[in-house]
Design a protein around this ligand. Structure first.
Ligand code: SF4
Length: 91
């Protein structure tokens, strides 16, 4: 089994002030499954106690999984602008 934490040690991030993923929280709060919580390998989504999620884009791996699993259409997703985002295998 792949240890993702070991692999993430070699990732570097250049974070843009503008998030490349935006969450429509009104749609998000109607979701009971919250698949993004378990699907995101970087744990960018954390549960709010009552409903919905808290999202932090800074550690995003740009895999697109959250966009695929969100059946509420709550995400506007695009890659970060040029020069921003994650760099893999940066050793
Ligand atoms: Fe997490 Fe991947 Fe979505 Fe980024 S694109 S927030 S790493 S699931």
């Amino acid at each position: 089994m792949v240890d993702i934490s070991m692999r993430l040690k070699f990732s570097r991030y250049r974070v843009d002030r503008e998030p490349h993923i935006r969450v429509n929280y009104a749609n998000c709060r109607t979701c009971k499954q919250r698949a993004c919580l378990t699907a995101c390998p970087a744990q960018c989504y954390l549960p709010r106690q009552e409903d919905g999620v808290v999202f932090n884009y800074e550690a995003c791996l740009e895999c697109g999984t959250c966009y695929i699993v969100c059946d509420r259409g709550a995400l506007a997703w695009e890659y970060p602008k040029g020069g921003y985002g994650v760099s893999f295998r940066f050793a």
